[in-house]
Every structure is written in structure tokens, then in C-alpha cells.
Design a protein around this ligand. Structure first.
Ligand code: GLU
Length: 514
């Protein structure tokens, strides 16, 4: 039926890109790449009232950051251009008219006031559905009820109208979902959705079907929230192009709140203190910033990895997958039907795992930016690489490179005096005064020789070496944290080590001799 796998991600540019959206992109991408197919990004901007400035660019920036680059899109072009539905506007009407001609759709001239009145009437009659459907359509102002001559007069006089699908009652719409299996919908619950609006723009329902057909889409992966729209889409496929041409549907499970109670929303992220968008999203009207995973310090490798396993696994205990691994291992059969709970602690665990494997040269620029944002300029790239390799095991977020590494670039501004005070005495003070001279004379400034000298001097003076090491650490770092002590001394260099001991001695002397 289809010679090639062709999948599409079809976002409406209405705001930030939720992690569920990125997971939809990812599953589309993996499926396409696994089967040597094409991954298409089509911008669904037919609802012009909901468009948000900058949202389309933002979507492409997010995909670029994630490394999920489309083969065809509004940005990248391709043989089925244009890939922005507003630019395809003129092509949709003929399909809507064809449906009217074949009796599957009709013109509806109802004004907003008439529609309101219809709903009010249904409400006061105690109806639990306020839909425009087979129950009400014969009482409304449309071409099903009007005489053909009346309809023609209205059309000719330029009366605004929409085209609605005519859903027959008492039928079942069926399709096989790749994740959920056989699905069946009772048409009694499906309303006569608008297909073409009064301004000539198609609605999402018509546009999505026409474009999936014209762009030869073979598989359509989308979020579970689109399942209620599926019967309308299937009916349109049936009436317009035939079910043999229809893509295979896969409705992906929702990403749930951490407690499993409903879909994860931006509000949950705000409430619980974690991002739900891929990248920072600045609302162009309110200027509110919604935090993104990127800016928080996530690696795209980790972000992709954690999204892949939200609702999928490869059947083993493996949790860490690169994008190439995922292309290799992905199978739609192993996508779960049920929603997947989002766990931010687990998300951070993935990032930590990926940071441990970090290719420092690849991330030098980003880490440099993080230092710059804090007002620290790092000019020596080799030194930065050395530091990054030393501390990457200790970093969960990219931003931790600053907190964990700043002391390699700047002397501590304060010291953990509370840690040092109980261990401080005249003997220790003399020890450190003495070690300064010994360090000055040390020829090979390497961790092993520094350690040897430090320890032998402690033994000679009969002072507990553990206590001295803790104090030296506070002197060099400011706190009791950081990687191996003598590696720190080696890395910052002899002169700087001595300078920090001297500074600390002044501070401790002042603080502890009161
Ligand atoms: N435009 C829809 C959205 O905003 C796409 C749904 C679909 O993939 O069919 O998510």
C-alpha cells in the first residue's frame, strides 16, 4: 500500500513544547529511521486565533537541540511543500465541497446567536450533550433542512457559512490502533464537526486528513488526547480517499503527573518545581518564562533517553540508550497502553548517567556559557577540559559544573569555618605555616609527591593526617566537597595552593583566636 514509511509530527504553534510532544516526535523519528523512512514536520496553523508568535521557531529549535532533525518540514523544505497548512489554504475547499456533493457534509449558516440558543435549549431540556449532531441538525439553519433553492440563495448572497461533516447515527467506526489494538466508536457520540470555517480555512480535522493523504503519510503517531477525534478522521478517510490509503494510527499513552493522577501539565511542573517544556519558553504577551530542560542543565542525550523509556522498554533491564541504540531497538509493540508517570528524580538520574559519559570537548561551549552567565570568564580551554573531566562524576545537571568547579577558577570567597574550628589548634597552625615552605621547595608538583610530602610532614609532627586533609580541603575549596584533594592541589598549581593556604591562615587566625 505504501512504498515507504513516512511519519509526521504535526504541531500547532500555540506555545511551548511539552515533553509529551517531544516524546511524540521521538517515537515518530525512531520509527522512520528504523524502517529507512522519512520524518516530516508539518505546521498545523489553521486555527489562526490560537497562533502564538515565535512558537514555530521555538519548536524547530527544540527539535534541533534534541537532534531530531526532520527530513522534510516548513523549515527544511521537501517535495510536498508547503509544510505549513496556512500556506495550503486554497487546496482544502475542494475536498470539503466534494463531501457536500456526495452527501457526507453540508453547509451550515447558523449564526453564533443561533448556536447559543440551540445549546441553551438543549441545556434546559436536561440533555447531557450540547453537540451539533443528528439530534439537532434538522432544526438548524443548514442545507440539510433548507430547500436547495434557499441554500443557493444564501450561498449566492455571500451569507457566511461553515461546512460540517454529516455523521450518521447508529453506526460503528472501527480501526486497528498499533498500540491499543481494535478500537470501536459509536457514531451516536460523534458530533457534526466543522470541516471548513467561514473564513475559508479548514479546521484541523479536514486539514489533517487531506495532508496526511497528500503527503503520503504511512503511520500517524500522536498523543492519546487525539483519540476522541479519530472517528471523525476515519469517516473522512472513508468518504474522501478510501480506507486502504489511510495511515496506520498509533495513539501514544499520556505522560502522567508523578502521583499518576491525570496528565502532566505545565502547572504541575510549576507546583512541583520542575520543567515540562524542552527549552525555556517566553510567553510573547505576558513575558512569563516557563523553564526548559535545556536551560536547567539537561543534556539532549539524557532528555531523549528519559522520554524514550516513558512508556517503552526493550524487554530487558537496560535503561540507558543512545539515539542510535533506540533506532536499533525501538519497536512499537513494546509501547505500553497505560500512561507513564513522570518522575523528576529519575529524570535527573538519567542526566547524571549521561554527564558521567560526557565528551567534554563537545560540551565545553555550553559549560563556558554557564560560567559566563555567572560572571566568570574561562579562557583556557584545556584547563576547562581537565576540570570538567575531574568533576563530571559529581554533576547531575550541566549547571553543576559551575557549583562543583568554580574553585578551580577562583579562590574561595569564604571557608567552612564551622568544620575547621573544632580541629584547629596551634599545632595545626604551625603545621600549615611549615608546609608552605616545604611546598615552595617541592620540585615536581604532582598529586603523588604533594601527598607524600604532606603526609610525611604530618607523621613527623605527630598530627592526625585525616584532620589536616580536611582542613587543607576547606582551605583550597572553601568547603568539605570536591574531588581528590591532592589532584585539586596539582590542578590549581603550586602558587595558587600556597596562596590559598596563606589566605585561609589569615582568616582562621582572626576567627579562631578571639
Ligand atoms: N495539530 C495537532 C496537534 O496540535 C496534531 C494532532 C495529530 O497528530 O493528528 O497536536
Amino acid at each position: 500500500m505504501f512504498d515507504k514509511v513516512r511519519v509526521r509530527f504535526a504541531p500547532s504553534p500555540t506555545g511551548g513544547l511539552h515533553l509529551g510532544g517531544v516524546r511524540t516526535v521521538l517515537f515518530n523519528y525512531l520509527y522512520a529511521k528504523k524502517y529507512g523512512g522519512d520524518f516530516i514536520v508539518r505546521i498545523e496553523d489553521t486555527d489562526q486565533a490560537r497562533l502564538v508568535a515565535g512558537a514555530e521557531k521555538y519548536i524547530f529549535d527544540c527539535l534541533n537541540w534534541c537532534g531530531l532533525v526532520p527530513d522534510e518540514s516548513a523549515l527544511h523544505g521537501g517535495p510536498y511543500a508547503p509544510y505549513r497548512q496556512s500556506e495550503r489554504k486554497d487546496g482544502y475547499r475542494k475536498y470539503a465541497e466534494q463531501l457536500v456533493k456526495n452527501g457526507h457534509a453540508y453547509y451550515a449558516f447558523d449564526t453564533p446567536a443561533e448556536l447559543d440558543a440551540m445549546r441553551e435549549k438543549l441545556k434546559s431540556a436536561g440533555s447531557n450533550s450540547l453537540q451539533y449532531d443528528h439530534h439537532v441538525r434538522m432544526n438548524m439553519n443548514n442545507s440539510l433542512r433548507l430547500l436547495p433553492a434557499e441554500t443557493n440563495t444564501l450561498l449566492k448572497s455571500g451569507t457566511p457559512y461553515v461546512i460540517r461533516i454529516k455523521v450518521n447515527p447508529d453506526e460503528f467506526v472501527q480501526f486497528a490502533d498499533m498500540i491499543r489494538g481494535e478500537m470501536e466508536f459509536d457514531t451516536n457520540n460523534v458530533d457534526d464537526k466543522v470541516l471548513l470555517k467561514a473564513d475559508g480555512m479548514p479546521t484541523y480535522h479536514l486539514a489533517v486528513v487531506v495532508d496526511d493523504y497528500l503527503m503520503k503519510i504511512s503511520h500517524a503517531f500522536r498523543g492519546e488526547e487525539w483519540l476522541p477525534s479519530a472517528p471523525v478522521h476515519i469517516l473522512l478517510w472513508k468518504c474522501l480517499f478510501g480506507l486502504d490509503e489511510m495511515p496506520q494510527w498509533a495513539h501514544l499513552p499520556l505522560i502522567l503527573k508523578p502521583d499518576g493522577n491525570g496528565k502532566l501539565s505545565k502547572r504541575d511542573g510549576d507546583r512541583l518545581g520542575f520543567p515540562v517544556y524542552a527549552m525555556d519558553w517566553i510567553d510573547p504577551v505576558t513575558h512569563d518564562i516557563a523553564k526548559g530542560f535545556k536551560e536547567l542543565g539537561f543534556l539532549p542525550e539524557a532528555f531523549i533517553n528519559l522520554l524514550a523509556v516513558l512508556g517503552w522498554n526493550d524487554g530487558t533491564e537496560q535503561e540507558i540508550f543512545s539515539l542510535d541504540d533506540l533506532v536499533d531497538k525501538f519497536s512499537i509493540e513494546r509501547v505500553h497502553k497505560g500512561g507513564a508517570k513522570f518522575d523528576f528524580e529519575k529524570a535527573k538520574w538519567f542526566n547524571h548517567e549521561w554527564i558521567k559519559k560526557l565528551d567534554v570537548e563537545h560540551y565545553e561551549k555550553r559549560v563556558n556559557e554557564i560560567f559566563e552567565e555567572k560572571g566568570v570568564s574561562v579562557t583556557d580551554a584545556r584547563y576547562l577540559h581537565q576540570v570538567m573531566n575531574l568533576i563530571k562524576e559529581r554533576c547531575t545537571l550541566l549547571t553543576d559544573f559551575y557549583t562543583q568547579g568554580i574553585f578551580f577558577f577562583e579562590s574561595p570567597k569564604s571557608f567552612d569555618e564551622a568544620a575547621v574550628k573544632p580541629k584547629w589548634d596551634e599545632g595545626k597552625k604551625e603545621y600549615f605555616i611549615g608546609i608552605i615552605c616545604q611546598f615552595e621547595e617541592l620540585v615536581t608538583w604532582e598529586a603523588v609527591s604533594i601527598e607524600e610530602l604532606f603526609k610525611s610532614s604530618a607523621t613527623q609532627k605527630n598530627i592526625k593526617v585525616g584532620e589536616l586533609q580536611m582542613i587543607l580541603r576547606v582551605m583550597l575549596v572553601g568547603s568539605k566537597t570536591g574531588p581528590a584533594l591532592f589532584i585539586i592541589a596539582e590542578t590549581i598549581g603550586k602558587e595558587e595552593t600556597i596562596k590559598r593556604i596563606e589566605n585561609a591562615l589569615v582568616v582562621f587566625n582572626g576567627a579562631f583566636n578571639k
